[in-house]
Design a protein around this ligand. Structure first.
Ligand SMILES: [Mg+2]
Length: 291
């Protein structure tokens, strides 16, 4: 990975600070120089620290979840479908459900991302799987209280996650993966954080059902739509609401804050698709240029 000169960490220190603290700056230059070596995930440093350390992260997620809780009665009463997969359907199932993503929506995986940033490691399927199987994720602030409120109002709470079921290819007669350690670990972790164990059918992982197209979440939303009226969607990624290619910002804007509730995630997600490395992130900046 190539790094341009303007990406030097020294560049990030304002000139005034450098002048005022010259002796200190001389001391830290060797450290900064060492940090200049390409480090995988370094782009995520500030975002990861924000997610882990800032009071603002907790304030934002609590704000979103309180707003979602306040919107539950209207979502219960509305009788309409929140998912595009149920748009214009006159024959909606009666039983209402709330559909949530899991990672960075309900479970907080930042220790995994922090380890990458600290150790200069890139994301890999195997390190992620080790993290999932360790069952060590904490909760996103506000999520457990929201889920309790939704269950108290008799919503079924359903989780659609891209945690991948990497089973050995054996399925039961209904096409469900027979052995999926990732599912067991996810249910255990959710139980610890939420104080109850979600039902097996209420957690839909990627590739746990034979023949289903899990390249995005639409097929799983359709599956849930067959048995429930999806009253609300919550997630930290646009794909938790709508397939990116189908997203129409003008047409779908009114759903946010009413039946779609989005959590923040500046560390990872489908939004990072075009911005894989530091060069691409710099190219994506839209800086003010004085005329
Ligand atoms: Mg997520």
């Amino acid at each position: 990975m190539a790094f341009s000169s303007h990406n030097s960490p020294v560049f990030l220190i304002p000139e005034s600070v450098m002048l005022r603290f010259t002796p200190v700056s001389l001391l830290i230059v060797p450290i900064l120089a060492a940090a200049q070596a390409p480090i995988a995930q370094r782009e995520n440093l500030a975002a990861t620290v924000w997610m882990q350390r800032s009071a603002e992260m907790s304030a934002v997620t609590r704000t979103v979840y309180r707003a979602a809780t306040a919107a539950l009665p209207a979502a219960r009463k509305a009788g309409t479908g929140a998912a595009l997969e149920q748009e214009n359907r006159p024959d909606l199932p009666g039983k209402p459900a709330i559909v949530l993503d899991i990672d960075e929506t309900v479970l907080n995986n930042m220790p995994y991302n922090a380890a990458q940033a600290a150790n200069g490691e890139a994301w890999t399927a195997s390190s992620w799987e080790n993290w999932v199987l360790a069952r060590k994720a904490g909760g996103i602030d506000g999520a457990a209280e929201f889920i309790r409120a939704a269950r108290d109002m008799k919503f079924t709470v359903i989780f659609i996650s891209n945690r991948e079921c990497r089973a050995d290819g054996r399925y039961d007669s209904e096409g469900r993966a027979l052995d999926c350690p990732q599912k067991a670990a996810t249910l255990d972790n959710l139980e610890t954080v939420l104080g109850y164990r979600p039902g097996d059918d209420d957690v839909l992982l990627r590739n746990e059902r034979r023949g289903r197209d899990d390249s995005n979440k639409s097929a799983r939303r359709r599956e849930v739509a067959g048995r429930h009226r999806i009253a609300m969607l919550l997630g930290d990624d646009l794909e938790d609401f709508v397939t990116r290619a189908r997203f129409d910002p003008a047409r779908h804007a009114e759903r946010f804050g009413t039946v779609w509730f989005a959590l923040p995630n500046p560390v990872y997600g489908s939004w990072r698709g075009p911005y894989r490395d530091t060069e691409a992130l710099y190219r994506a900046l839209e800086p003010w240029r004085r005329q």
